[in-house]
Ligand binder design. Structure first.
Ligand code: ADP
Ligand code: MG
Length: 395
């Protein structure tokens, strides 16, 4: 059965609980990129325009089950209010009395934003009691949080067991665009993988290598492979436990003719505030940290990207937030933009990097999900999507 979307839901006069991904980058209390909020507007407006009331829930950052003042959703509520013509109410509560009372009095055409769901330790544990409490706030459920669809949490999967459930318009668009990437991609298919969530990402590399013709690693992924290959990586961010599996994966890839490039040179520094120096990847010192790929690596990677038929990119090549370490990421962003390949870039920081490089308009699909887009590409059924499908089957 095809997935039901919010267009199939009868929302008139009903309260719709919508899981969105408002996990925006913050500089203190200032939202530095509101793309994720903008991306969820079509679903919210769809419901409100048809006489529904919207109860929004999202996570922000990694509070790990504790209330963290700097990760409250207040700034998000304020930005949403500027972007949408409907009133936005927010509470500093998720399923407690304040949330229940606000949800109880919510009228058609109104929006209620609950507090950061990850303040409650039961969210990431997918606690059935929390799912039940969330479900009790509303009449039906819409999951529009593609960026969190690879997680089985109370707000992304548990709640769908209790309410008629649908996917949102952003989720639908993401699944269609990324689906095109899985269905006979134009070859060569090149994946560029970098960033910081190394342990999460190395898990998908094996199956990613079954789909692509070349892998270009950057960020913590490149340092992980460099370490696996026996190089000194000093204090760099890497998953050192992955070394043995990494070597195995490299030899398997080679046997199948998939090329995994490694940066020839890297930018190192004693710490993140120190000036960087370019060194050969084999000459990193024990006191160094690798913060970017070097200029020769950019050149080699760019040549591969220029010849690609399809490009998928998740994870910056370096600490692009500092100009000292942004050249690798900007160089790769320009190469992807100039290539005639069908290009998809996914991930919160990756999108920010593409914006920073000024090439966002030249990318075919900008995906709001990093980890989620990777797992989708692996061919996995995302838990957040599977939960909606199972809800239809019960109806
Ligand atoms: P995305 O949000 O696109 O999925 P990640 O969250 O995995 O990407 O990674 C983004 C972060 O990775 C950025 O904040 C960047 O500074 C950091 N990063 C990239 N390369 C390195 C590196 N070599 N060392 C430390 N941090 C890095
Ligand atoms: Mg990120």
């Amino acid at each position: 059965m095809a997935l039901q979307t919010v267009r199939d839901a009868d929302v008139d006069g009903r309260k719709v609980l919508v899981r969105v991904d408002f996990n925006v980058p913050l500089d203190g209390q200032t939202i530095t990129d509101d793309s994720r909020i903008r991306a969820s507007l079509p679903t919210i407006e769809h419901i409100l325009n048809r006489g529904g009331a919207v109860i929004l829930m999202s996570h922000l950052g990694r509070p790990k089950g504790e209330i963290r003042e700097e990760l409250r959703l207040g700034p998000v509520a304020a930005r949403l209010e500027q972007l949408i013509k409907y009133p936005v109410r927010s509470v500093q509560d998720i399923t407690g009395p304040e949330a229940r009372s606000a949800a109880g009095t919510l009228q058609s055409g109104q929006i209620l934003l609950l507090e950061n769901v990850r303040f409650d330790p039961r969210e990431e544990a997918n606690d059935p009691a929390m799912a039940r409490e969330l479900a009790d706030l509303a009449d039906c459920y819409v999951n529009d949080a593609f960026g969190a669809a690879h997680r089985a949490h109370a707000s992304t999967t548990g709640v769908a067991e209790h309410l008629p459930s649908y996917i949102g318009l952003l989720m639908q668009e993401e699944l269609e665009s990324l689906g095109a990437l899985c269905d006979k991609p134009k070859r060569p298919f090149v994946a560029i993988l970098g960033g910081a969530k190394v342990s999460d990402k190395v898990g998908v590399i094996r199956s990613l290598l079954e789909r692509v013709d070349a892998l270009l690693p950057g960020g913590g992924i490149a340092s992980t492979f460099s370490y696996a290959g026996g190089n000194e990586i000093g204090e760099s961010l890497a998953d050192r436990d992955f070394a043995e599996e990494g070597r195995l994966i490299l030899s398997e890839a080679e046997a199948r003719g998939v090329s995994v490039l490694l940066p020839d040179d890297v930018v190192v520094a004693a710490d993140i505030d120190a000036p960087g120096r370019v060194v050969a990847a084999v000459n990193v010192e024990p006191a160094d940290q690798i913060f970017d790929i070097g200029p020769r690596a950019v050149e080699r990677y760019a040549a591969v990207i220029a010849g690609a038929g399809t490009v998928f990119w998740n994870g910056p090549m370096g600490v692009f937030e500092r100009s000292e370490f942004a050249k690798g990421t900007v160089g790769i962003a320009k190469a992807v933009a100039q290539s005639s390949a069908f290009s998809v870039v996914g991930g919160g920081d990756s999108l920010a990097a593409v914006e920073q490089a000024g090439v966002a308009g030249q990318i075919d699909h900008l995906s709001t999900g990093g980890g989620a887009s990777l797992e989708f590409l692996e061919g996995r059924d995302l838990p957040g999507v599977a939960a909606v499908r199972q809800s239809h089957q019960r109806q």
